[in-house]
Design a protein around this ligand. Sequence first.
Ligand code: AGP
Length: 612
Amino acid sequence: MCGIIGFVGREEAAPVLLDGLERMEYRGYDSAGIAVRSETKGLQVRKCKGRLKVLAERTCGGRDLKGTLGIGHTRWATHGEPNDLNAHPHVSENGRIALVHNGIIENYLELKEHLIRQGVQFTSETDSEVVAQLLEFHYRECGNMLEAVGRVLRRIEGSYALGIICADYPNALIAARKDSPLIIGCGETGNFVASDATAIIRYTRDVIYMEDGQIAVLTADSVDLFDDEMLPLEARHSTVDWDVSAAEKGGYAHFMFKEIMEQPEAVAKTVSPRIREGRVVLDDVHFTAEYARGISRIFLIACGSSYHVGQVSKYNWERLLRRPVQVELASEFRYSDPLVDEKSLVVVISQSGETLDTMAAMREAKRRGARTLAVVNVVGSSIAREADDVLYTWAGPEIAVATTKAYSTQLVLMDLIGLYLAELLGTVTGEEYDAIVSAVLSLPEQMRRILEHVQDVQYFASHYFHHDSVFFIGRNLDYAMGLEGSLKLKEISYIHSEAYASGELKHGTISLIEPGTLVVALSTYGALFDKAMSNVVEVKARGAEVLAVTTGRFSEKMEKTADAVLVVPETHPVLQPSLGVVPLQLFAYYVALQRGCDIDKPRNLAKSVTVE
Ligand code: AGP
């Protein structure tokens, strides 16, 4: 996902821009660039393919570019391959307007053809450059930069977060957003725009979350906000409450390991404010019993690991609510003419709150009359702001591309929501309710106990890291949990793996099991342990090497058959996946470590996918 930063103030802009881009490296990128307005040389642009250190070398750490107004960008390619020309900032033909963009301009080709017919020369293959050239076209027409921005925004279709500077406006930084996040930071030495607070938190915690359709004009000492009709708006300030260290490694080798280790605290932060005197209290979400009884179908919609949270929650919610729960991939849902109506409750799950597929699916559900509840980790994110209701996971900033603590906090928050709805529907007994609440409150300590023995997982990873294909098998909740274990391994170690319902193996896929095949057998769901056990025997009979994950009660029996056993504490079945997933996260981490992979920034991946 691209990262944007802009600065206008009373100190040199270039070093501030480079520092901010560096703090957004985690978002994933393939090229970077900055543009600074100089008193004597107009707009100076430096941009290149590759890591930020290449850009820093080309600008002597920013010292080569003098000026107190500038913009910067890290690009994750969507239109046009990663190279110097396609890198941002993009500049208008005569060099007086520079722009950085995050998002996709869906009608860029027709606009580009129009401009080419007007004689405009393009230098890149990107959709973003079209916006820069169109700005110049309208600026030349009307002579006023803000008016030109308004005209351009009325013509482009798609998603954008824009940072714009113009050589004719030495003190103004213009920003606009639609469907791509953009925040304004109000600092001592000047004002900022950025894709997220990580880029500017060392300068200021005083931020303004821009809304869709808004335009901002920043100077060193002022921020003016306008709506899409250029009417002035009152800026609503917020304070970023997490500290810089939370967005830094804190002594760990990788953000991913740090975030695995932070899970007990993240889960505790997410649940404890929501359990008061033994009752689940859900912030400012006010479902009534009458509303709950009127729900005909529940949809859980997400992507990736958040989708896997939905898979686990389906089993738990259907058991608790006795209502049909449908889990949908957001990218499929939005084009499936879904059977959604005003009696549907649609829960969208997203760590970043910016995943375009999930955002689009939510909009489609709203359009069809559904009530939407967002479970999101990033405060003020687009999905959070557009949903009818939002419940935040309080995992703190998650930097590693491969999610862990956000997944775990989503999982437990979904358990709480399910319990809350079950109580409204009267489908859960008081005894079951209390047992689940008690189990939730014990979860952080039980996670800590697992994390005290990471070396056990490290040991097995050192035995198995050379495999090039791995199966994760399980039944019911174990199968749903296995989906996440498999994705973790794939995305950071690049080993092909798949999660399979173990009862389904015999219907074809077991033909792939041969001597030496690694099978991670998940058997923490006690009610089906015997079935899981027989599936272990089944794959062992074909020569598989089995690493089992089970609970203490079953470890002795499992040790008689599996080649290796990892044991996790036992808890209420609803919560069991929250514990079983931790060794799977660690296994993926240690295997990737053994294989020398770029654990925090895996190839081809981005932390949040804000494109289709
Ligand atoms: C998970 O490790 C991946 N990074 C990815 O699957 C992610 O879960 C997915 O892109 C959804 O992101 P979101 O939760 O921010 O919407």
